[in-house]
Design a protein around this ligand. Structure first.
Ligand SMILES: Cc1ncc(COP(=O)(O)O)c(C=O)c1O
Length: 348
């Protein structure tokens, strides 16, 4: 099956008479003893269906989590005391904050790199236990050469993790490129409707899967059954949504590049995420407060277009320009999106 078919068909009950075509939500804290499920923190049929579908899309075995950051924390928790993690200087700021927290407590050392500079990343892999990649990065939009970095990192004895939230498995499958583990904020494109928070990990390594499942059982950062059910419903249309968002993004990029008030457009050439840089924070704030269709909100990957000035968050790295606005392009009509955006951009 090709990705669009997998997104629609995997994780459904057998085609038996009187079976529903979707796995129903199972609200259960416990199960009659003696089987594999036992307890609601260990297992849930609604997670299973989502995990089967996302696992099939990424090409590995999936575990769902309460949030993207719960999945990130579960991976970083595997790093031994004093070990080094190579990470993008412009990774999602929650990931950077977790790394800084581990460092402050003497638990790990972070070595921050520009992921677009492959030689610098490879040089940083020396003695590292884990190489964390995010590609494209949020919100700087840098792209990593995952295959080359994964090969080099493995030679140096490091494990490779890729946060695939921006690209989604429709556009990029990091496990095929040599990564050991994929991380998702399922909150974003996978669920796709800005109505839930959830995360996921995917790996081909059965031992690693068992370790991560053990951590999830123990820590309990599990999704609710309803969230898993909704996320799977969203995942069914992932390929369509990504295709339309990407088409809209490419057209908006073309128009934004020609706009005199936009000093820089950062777009890797694929996906629905675009960052633009305006002259300063004031211009950027006027844009995010001046539209009617575009929603001023953090998060991304919904059917509706959203945007925000990232430096409004104090935790955002100071190397992100004050006037940078991150656009999450939705699936609306592109002319409506452009008219609304253009009406709030400065004249020059
Ligand atoms: C790239 C990336 N990774 C991870 C996360 C964290 O996910 P969550 O908000 O679901 O915890 C986010 C959230 O914005 C993100 O953008």
């Amino acid at each position: 099956m090709r990705p669009a078919t997998r997104a629609v068909h995997v994780g459904r009950p057998p085609h038996d008479v009187d079976q529903p075509p979707n796995v129903p939500i199972t609200m259960a804290s416990t199960y009659v003893a003696g089987g594999d499920r036992e307890y609601g923190r260990y297992s849930n049929p609604s997670w299973d269906a989502f995990e089967e579908a996302l696992g099939a899309l990424e090409g590995g075995r999936c575990l769902s989590f309460a949030s993207g950051l719960a999945a990130v924390a579960t991976v970083l928790d595997l790093v031994g005391a004093g070990e080094t993690v190579v990470a993008p200087r412009h990774a999602y700021n929650g990931t950077l904050m977790q790394l800084a927290d581990l460092e402050a407590r003497g638990r790990a050392r972070a070595r921050l790199v520009d992921v677009a500079d492959t030689d610098a990343v490879l040089a940083a892999c020396e003695d590292a236990a884990l190489v964390w990649l995010e590609s494209p990065t949020n919100p700087a939009m840098e792209v990593a050469d995952i295959a080359t970095i994964a090969a080099g990192a493995h030679e140096a004895g490091a494990r490779v993790v890729v946060d695939n939230t921006f690209a989604t498995p429709v556009l990029q499958q990091p496990l095929d490129l040599g990564a050991d583990l994929v991380v998702h904020s399922a909150t974003k494109y996978l669920a796709g409707h800005s109505d839930l928070v959830m995360g996921a990990l995917v790996t081909r390594d059965d031992d690693l899967h068992a370790v991560l499942k053990g951590r999830r059982d123990l820590i309990g950062a599990i999704p609710g059954p309803f969230e898993a059910w909704l996320a799977l419903r969203g995942l069914r249309t992932l390929a369509l949504r990504v295709e339309q968002a990407q088409r809209n993004a490419a057209e908006l990029v073309r128009r934004l590049e020609a706009h005199p008030a936009v000093t820089e457009v950062r777009y890797p050439g694929f996906g629905g995420m675009v960052s633009i840089v305006l002259a300063d924070a004031d211009d950027a704030d006027r844009l995010t407060h001046g539209t009617t269709l575009w929603v001023h909100a953090t998060s991304l990957g919904g059917v509706e277009s959203t945007f925000e000035r990232r430096r409004r968050w104090r935790s955002e790295p100071s190397t992100i320009p004050e006037g940078l606005v991150r656009l999450s392009v939705g699936i609306e009509d592109v002319d409506d999106l452009w008219d609304d955006l253009a009406s709030a951009l400065p004249d020059a």
